[in-house]
Design a protein around this ligand. Sequence first.
Ligand code: GMT
Length: 374
Amino acid sequence: MKIGITCYPTYGGSGVLATELGKELALRGHEVHFISYALPFRLNHFVENIYFHEVEISTYPLFEFPLYGLALTSKMVEVATYEKLDLLHVHYAIPHATSAYMAKQILAGKKDLKFITTLHGTDITLVGLEPSFVHLVKFSIEQSDGVTAVSRHLKEKTETAYNINKDIRVIHNFVDTEIYKRIEDAPLRKHFAPNGEKVIVHTSNFRQVKRVADTIRIMKEIENSVNARLVLVGDGPERSECERLARELGLQNKVLFLGKQDALVEILSASDLFLIPSQSESFGLAALEAMACGLPVISSSVGGLPELVRHNETGYIAEIGDISRMSKYTVELLTNEKKYSQFALNARERSVKNFDKSIIVPAYEEYYNEVLKG
Ligand code: GMT
């Protein structure tokens, strides 16, 4: 197949998932055309069968606000026509699904361009529900030739919040468990834990929904029970406040802010436990990557997280903001070696058996075929 993929190219789960999917589809012999305003950051080496088409945005002075959605539509029409695309697969509803809908209309009569929209999370649960977008999101979902959601929870949320009566296929996030696997004796461990401390890790884009401050509060609560350090990976609007909180709680030597990093497997392999205390999380790709590296996960009970984390098996689940329970679970896992090893094994096993690329990517291919057949 010749597939056009549109996603946000910067750091963020939807862009990561879309890029990894594109790479995998290319390896399976499909021709993949990425259409976006910048090269997706995980497309950092040459892959045969992958092409990139940059959306250029006019800076004409009359346009006070960049007309990205329109420039994207025009590029989609161009690429679909000249590269003879069979299908467009857009990730994140706003504005990608709307641009794809417009491209489809422009081409109608010349070409039946089918498009599939994958819903990732905040496009539905947060931004999409804003009054300025809600009608557009509902319309664009309804007009898509196919719609997928990354969890059962997100599917149900979409159906109820937007009153949508259309079949939405659940296709969970995936990970390449051959790449995301634990490096034994990870060299970074010496840096994170020079005195043999346990290492707790969290990776995110430091947006409010991630509740990164909770990870620091957990560190404070466990301070006297476990000798541990907290490694925070990523950057975003909440980072300064988190740094301030760490100082206020006297944890500046126990919390390491690494900022954005590419060496995730190395970092996860040098860690013992992953925390994801989010306010809202449609799946939790970051937690899946950690599980593949053999880390038990302590998560909040929101969204699609319970579809990934098995309570008392691959980690623990607690109510949003329940710092004391999450702290109790953290201490329990980091002080009980037998339980810890079993959970770590279970986490890796669950990622391989249920969420490896070899299981999920064929599900997308199958769905593409169904949509193309109408
Ligand atoms: O995590 C984020 O805030 C980024 C966001 C995105 O759209 O880029 O991630 C969402 O998509 C990921 C991939 O499908 C999911 O694993 C994340 O759970 C989801 N984030 C939220 O729902 C907050």
